[in-house]
Design a protein around this ligand. Structure first.
Ligand SMILES: [Zn+2]
Length: 121
């Protein structure tokens, strides 16, 4: 799993923990700490659950960063639906962002060679 993730203007450290993660007396699989910029993920669970949990915490970060109002009580459920949906789409479409990234790289390579050509004239 990656060890840091940028959400908005902040970089959060991603930490896997063997210690129980407890929030409001409830045992959690993950936790985002907005003050200390950490995302803690339960270490002892399958990779797929860790990824889903990481997405869940990232969604909390995005929602907070953008000031999205998800209607209080249902925030946890809504975050979970969105995170699970995004996690599935990204995993089942591994080239989703790669093609775009490669296209950009090809363009910048082309532009660089054009610029080099101009510079040599
Ligand atoms: Zn949550």
């Amino acid at each position: 799993m990656l060890d840091k993730v940028r959400i908005g203007i902040y970089e959060y450290a991603v930490i896997e923990s063997s210690e129980p993660i407890i929030l409001d007396k409830v045992l959690c699989k993950g936790l985002i700490d907005y003050d200390n910029l950490t995302i803690t993920i339960k270490k002892d669970m399958p990779e797929e659950k860790k990824h889903q949990t990481l997405w869940h915490e990232i969604m909390h970060g995005i929602v907070r960063d953008w000031g999205v109002n998800l209607d209080g009580d249902n925030e946890e459920s809504k975050i979970d639906w969105i995170a699970t949906g995004m996690c599935q789409v990204i995993k089942d479409n591994p080239n989703l962002f790669k093609e775009e990234h490669n296209a950009k790289e090809n363009n910048s390579t082309k532009n660089e060679s054009i610029n080099d050509g101009d510079g040599n004239r």
